[in-house]
Design a protein around this ligand. Structure first.
Ligand code: SF4
Length: 349
């Protein structure tokens, strides 16, 4: 362990061992862990029941990096986008999506600085991937937005979606560690329900299987956006190495092992993926050996992308065709588009 090790990058067992070397009682490690993960303290000095001497020793031996709030934007529809600054000067974004009428307050978190996957409809995909976020940087987004939610709406967050900047399954270790810290009961974590979390992936079959093998307990969303390989290759280059057949098999495997909820995210692009043939193919993809629900999302145009959003009539007809096949469909109207906080728009503007 060196001074460059972040206090939140070590596990409880190692912290206990370090404290034992310093002659501290074992319970101190849990006390410190509680400050770090359950109480979301933002500095060594915030750990008020830890002696000054021990805090000084921690400071000498560890770093303690936190995200700094860099900018906050409020949308007319209540959505709040927060841009955070990392300790090494990168910017990432999180979005609070409040639906007070349903008592639903969702945070959308980022997992990488930029993204390497270059989906053609997504602003983040045009930013180079600079680095993966650490688990604590993902948890910090949740803790900070939860404080924002309490201040603004008097409510705690109810849902967490990993749908912000980056591909969570390409930052697997930190993503899983963050889920662990968010769901662990205090003093070891924030104590939020595993069923309240959804990881969204552009579709990396090998990692979907790994999620199942590793006993993942939360929900999974596949960013489908096209229901045949030709169209999907066109908008999501990751499909060339992870085609629909491979992905469907991985999802079947995932469901067999976990029985966790699976959904397809489907952005509707006018005259590209919103016709009757597309609906038929989508229905086929829903008739697999796992139950699935479909979220059809209104497209939020970004500069220079060759798409327009589906017209109201086409969108409704498409959703109706899928629903008539007995599939649970929700049409998600865009939220936060006036502040570039909607799906596919996050780009640190
Ligand atoms: S949609 Fe997701 S995976 Fe694709 S480029 Fe954007 S952030 Fe990356």
């Amino acid at each position: 362990m060196t001074k460059s090790t972040d206090l939140r990058a070590i596990n409880l067992f190692d912290l206990e061992a370090t404290l034992a070397e310093w002659g501290e009682p074992r319970f101190r490690a849990k006390q410190i862990y509680e400050w770090l993960w359950a109480k979301s303290v933002t500095s060594f000095d915030g750990m008020t029941n830890v002696s000054k001497e021990l805090r000084a020793k921690l400071k000498e031996n560890f770093t303690f990096h936190t995200l700094l709030e860099d900018a906050v934007q409020h949308s007319n529809d209540g959505t709040i986008k927060t841009r955070f600054l990392t300790h090494d000067g990168h910017r990432i974004e999180s979005v609070l999506i409040p639906v007070p009428s349903d008592d639903r307050f969702t945070v959308c978190v980022s997992t990488q600085v930029g993204c390497s996957l270059t989906c053609s409809f997504c602003a983040t995909g045009r930013m180079e991937r600079k680095r993966n976020l650490e688990a604590y940087e993902i948890v910090d987004q949740v803790a900070a937005v939860n404080r924002q939610c309490l201040l603004t709406f008097g409510k705690n967050l109810t849902n967490i979606v990993y749908m912000g900047m980056g591909e969570p399954l390409l930052n697997y270790a930190s993503t899983m560690e963050s889920v662990e810290r968010i769901t662990a009961a205090p003093p070891l974590g924030l104590g939020m329900g595993a069923r309240r979390i959804t990881i969204s992936t552009a579709g990396i079959a090998k990692m979907i299987r790994k999620l199942a093998d590793d006993g993942y307990r939360s929900n999974l969303a596949l960013s489908l956006h096209a229901s045949d390989d030709t169209k999907r290759n066109e908008i999501m280059p990751i499909n060339e190495s992870n085609n629909l057949k491979t992905l469907m098999e991985a999802l079947e495997y995932f469901y067999q092992l976990t029985h966790n909820r699976i959904s397809y995210e489907y952005i509707a692009f006018e005259n590209f993926n919103d016709g009757p043939e597309d609906a038929k193919k989508l229905i086929q993809l829903c008739r697999r050996k796992f139950p699935v629900r479909v979220n059809i999302i209104e497209y939020n145009p970004i500069d220079g992308a060759p798409f327009t959003k589906s017209g109201e009539e086409r969108l409704n007809a498409f959703a109706a065709a899928v629903a008539e096949a007995g599939i649970t469909v929700t049409v998600r109207r865009s939220r936060g588009k006036d502040i570039d906080a909607a799906c596919g728009q996050l780009a640190n503007k």
